[in-house]
Design a protein around this ligand. Structure first.
Ligand code: NDP
Length: 292
């Protein structure tokens, strides 16, 4: 038996703890506000993966006492109809958070839709105003997946200060805000991507390695510095050959757990933390009474 196995960063357990704390907080706040917090998840079309994510978010709302005020629009919805709905939700006083579930059908412009969300209700933290606040190190609604990673590191007393953090992926959703948050926490940050030559040399220099590529199990043990903290953001569905599929991350869990000091599992790592941060953002907006 291998004596050395990484400690698991248990996002599922932490997300449950956060949800329990939020439930208590909502009960206290609700006594003053006379209504529960509300989150509107807007979904367009019938992408099965998106439908599963939306169900997950709605279930989490139910458990914490947040009203789900979401809308499911048909696949042929026009840009104008989508933006009109967002405008209605911006005006709706019961709604504290709005999230447009991505990806949208190809005929819709996701960036234009996201830009219509009132920054005060931007539960996903993707609006340019909130992204700009992150760049400037100002308070604001933070994008959920990287915020979830930061909260997970904090829970396990992993201080990024002075560490070399390497993030693989430069998307607006994950890679870029992740880099900014680690920078804010005083890590020295490198962002790698598909044009980075000799990725393995880069990843081997990481004290904290965050993989956000969407490439199944591409990070193997040889690419990881012994004792590193490895955070796997990827969620990839792979076929097991017998007609069934299973979820894997961007990290090859079995091999990397023999090298890393800390490792997030997939599922049960970053995914539940993303949902927990979405709820936190909604409750934050609610607690500010629209003054974020
Ligand atoms: P994107 O496809 O937008 O970005 C992927 C990034 O990875 C790009 O910057 C790309 O580089 C880079 N990349 C791809 N292949 C390689 C490679 N072989 N070597 C180095 N870099 C590479 O994905 P997202 O950021 O939206 O998502 C990433 C993953 O995280 C996905 O699996 C997604 O499902 C998952 N995810 C999980 C969440 C969670 O809650 N756990 C939430 C959001 C996403 P380039 O820019 O050069 O193309």
């Amino acid at each position: 038996m291998d004596a050395k196995t990484a400690q698991i960063l248990d996002g599922k357990a932490l997300a449950q703890k956060i949800q329990a704390e939020l439930r208590d907080r909502i009960q206290t706040l609700q006594a003053k506000r006379e209504r529960p917090p509300g989150l509107a998840v807007v979904m367009v079309g019938d992408n099965p993966a998106s439908a599963a994510y939306v169900r997950n978010k709605e279930r989490a709302c139910e458990k914490t006492g947040i009203a789900s005020l979401g809308k499911h629009l048909p696949a042929q919805t026009t840009q104008t109809e989508l933006e009109e709905l967002i405008e209605q939700l911006n005006q709706d006083e019961r709604v504290d958070g709005i999230l447009v579930q991505l990806p949208l059908p190809a005929h819709l412009d996701a960036v234009a839709a996201l830009n219509k969300i009132d920054p005060k209700k931007d539960a996903d933290g993707l609006h340019p105003t909130n992204m700009g606040r992150l760049v400037r190190g100002e308070a604001g609604l933070r994008s959920c997946t990287p915020a979830g990673v930061m909260r997970l590191l904090e829970e396990y007393d992993i201080d990024p200060a002075g560490k070399h953090a390497v993030i693989i992926g430069r998307s607006i959703l994950v890679g870029k805000p992740m880099a900014l948050m680690l920078l804010e926490a005083n890590a020295t940050v490198t962002i790698a991507h598909s044009r980075t030559p000799d990725l393995a040399a880069m990843t081997r220099s990481a004290d904290i390695l965050v993989a956000a590529t969407g490439r199944s199990e591409m990070i193997t043990a040889e690419m990881v510095k012994p004792g590193a903290v490895v955070v796997d953001v990827g969620i990839n569905s792979v076929s097991d050959g017998a007609g069934k599929s299973r979820l894997v991350g961007d990290v090859h869990f079995e091999s990397v757990q023999t090298v890393a000091q800390f490792l997030t599992p997939v599922p049960g790592g970053v995914g539940p933390m993303t949902v927990a941060m979405l709820l936190c953002n909604t409750v934050f907006s609610y607690s500010q009474g629209g003054e974020v």
